[in-house]
Unconditional design. Structure first.
Length: 147
């Protein structure tokens, strides 16, 4: 006689056996014929060009996250709108407070400038490097500091 947790354990074991069995069966039955085109990187049918480590501007991610946050918050309006007539004045005031908080957040993001696409790029300090032949001939000078 199994308890409720025993039933869950049996289902987990059967599920793990099912997944492992499917993976083992596909590993045994699949054809294995690698060739260079099959092993190449796939980029929407285009030949990959350049380095994969491209640095994207962080503003793309910030704007995407801001959109996601406000989009998810607006989703809360739909169920409220469906039952608005049954909820009454209290629900209206709650949603008005929610929208005011949402608009304050939007105004904060706008004033902060996170929605601007055309910000000037920040200055990146550059280090002047000498060619390797000059580095070998010039000895580093160490300054002593007395305390």
């Amino acid at each position: 006689m199994l308890t409720e947790f025993g039933n869950v354990l049996v289902f987990l074991i059967i599920g793990a056996i099912f997944v492992a069995g499917g993976m083992i069966a596909s590993w045994i039955l699949r054809p294995h014929r690698p060739y260079p085109e099959k092993l190449a990187s796939y980029e929407c049918g285009e030949e990959p060009v350049g380095d994969a480590w491209v640095k994207f501007n962080i503003r793309f991610y910030v704007v995407a996250l801001i959109f996601l946050i406000f989009d998810v918050e607006v989703v809360f309006l739909f169920p409220w709108a469906l039952v608005y007539r049954q909820l009454g004045l209290f629900a209206f005031l709650e949603m008005a407070v929610f929208l005011v908080i949402l608009l304050i957040g939007f105004a904060y993001v706008w004033v902060k400038g996170d929605l601007d696409w055309d910000k000037p790029k920040p200055e990146i300090p550059k280090i002047e490097r000498r060619p390797s032949a000059m580095r070998a001939s010039v000895k580093p000078q160490v300054e002593s500091v007395t305390v």
